[in-house]
Design a protein around this ligand. Structure first.
Ligand code: CA
Length: 416
């Protein structure tokens, strides 16, 4: 498929992708946009031109601060919208092209906003390699806890502090217990880390007491984003027993602005890792229910070039998204449009694929080289973390763009 829009080589935003996001219109406030090449399609403007009538979506739904109302129109409307856009963008179709000055704008001319209103956020822990690597640091003889291969472990996180790519993050302060100390210390975290994750966004509300069957789970997913679960390892270590992550995690998580639909990811289906022992029947899903998505992490020290420090893949996850959602709701827990379900850190078997500095530096014991002779064990102030993701099959490329944020020094350090 060729488009009349110039699409640079290796662009994440091809005609096969068409991800949805919210952009800040220069004069008219937030609107729904669709990415193509280096351009954003202003969906409200396109609808006003009468070009989206056959989608069944009213024009007003595109002049919105969040995608939630559009998502609520349902899967047939999402699919028709992508179908209509695919036709409008193809070479030879002039219906949108003749209005491109009004209906398209360059990406660099605007800011992207948080794409959905997030009611609830859950973070899974679904990479066998990550759980084993981290478990080894805490329990060398018994890294994997007995429940891990029987259920997708998760915790309920904090929705209010999820921010869009480009939002700077301040180093958190909190309590830590230094080795050999008798009393806890207070101050800025000394072990700031990222976690390479993806997340799926819920596309349909469920009623309380309704369990989503594993085979139907994808029908309840709108799309996926990249997710950086910022983590203060020293706060986490002191606080996590007995109830799990709290202030070491909830100060910020960052997501990429473009939501890639599951429909766009369809060509990249692949098999999941073998599950042994077999999970209980309510978690048994088809083996091909995952996607081959390349994932990368780059670190950029202030004033330096970015350097890749991790190359991983979504397909490494032991538990797939359908199993996660089936487990999440099997007790009758309801979900709502806009809820975010993060994967957990995605590490593979190769040390280059470890998705956190905790793993890459073996718990802070080994230096990570980030170019120009600079080394890190954990993040320093003014470091920028960039995560990218894309799927590719022959000429077909579908990418996520990036989630990129800079770590700034702690605020209010005079309070303690
Ligand atoms: Ca996490």
């Amino acid at each position: 498929m060729q488009s009349w829009v110039a699409i640079p080589e290796n662009s994440d935003f091809t005609l096969y992708n068409l991800p949805f996001g919210i952009f800040e219109h220069p004069t008219d406030g937030p609107r729904i946009g669709v990415a193509i090449g280096n351009q954003i399609i202003d969906m409200y403007q396109t609808a006003q031109l009468g070009l989206l009538d056959s989608t069944g979506a009213p024009a007003e739904v595109f002049a919105n601060r969040y995608l939630n109302d559009f998502i609520a129109l349902g899967r047939p409307v999402w699919a028709r919208t992508r179908q209509v856009l695919t036709e409008l963008l193809q070479e030879g179709n002039e219906r949108l092209q003749s209005h491109q000055n009004e209906a398209l704008l360059p990406m660099e001319s605007t800011n992207m906003l948080l794409p959905v209103k997030i009611g609830d956020y859950t973070d899974f822990y679904s990479s066998l390699e990550h759980a084993t690597n981290v478990g080894k640091l805490f329990r060398p003889d018994n890294p994997l806890l007995p429940n891990w291969k029987h259920l997708p472990v998760a915790y309920h996180g904090r929705a209010s502090s999820i921010v869009v790519s480009g939002t700077d993050i301040h180093r958190p302060q909190g309590q830590t217990m230094p080795a050999d100390a008798e009393h806890p210390d207070f101050g800025p975290s000394k072990r700031m880390d990222f976690e390479l994750e993806t997340a799926f966004i819920i596309g349909e509300d469920t009623e309380l007491s309704h369990a989503i069957p594993v085979r139907e789970a994808e029908k309840y997913m709108f799309g996926m984003v990249l997710f950086n679960d910022w983590s203060a390892r020293d706060l986490q270590k002191w606080e996590y027993v007995p109830l799990g992550p709290f202030l070491g995690k909830n100060f910020a998580s960052s997501i990429s602005p473009w939501v890639v639909t599951l429909e766009a990811l369809e060509p990249f289906r692949t098999t999941c890792p073998e599950q042994e022992p077999a999970p209980l029947p309510y978690l048994q899903s088809k083996k091909n229910r995952t996607f081959d998505i390349n994932l990368e992490v780059y670190i950029q020290a202030d004033g330096h070039e970015e350097t890749k420090i991790c190359t991983s893949n979504f397909k490494y996850l032991y538990w797939n998204m359908s199993q996660q959602l089936a487990h999440h709701t099997v007790n009758g827990c309801n979900v709502n449009i806009g809820d975010i379900m993060a994967s957990g850190t995605i590490s593979g078997a190769d040390p280059n694929s470890f998705g956190s500095m905790l793993e890459l530096s073996k718990g802070g014991k080994e230096k990570i080289h980030i170019g120009d002779g600079i080394e890190r064990t954990f993040l320093e102030d003014y470091d920028t973390v960039i995560m990218r993701g894309y799927a590719q099959k022959g000429a077909i490329r579908v990418g996520f763009g990036e989630v990129k944020s800079q770590l700034l020094p702690a605020l209010n350090t005079d309070h303690h």
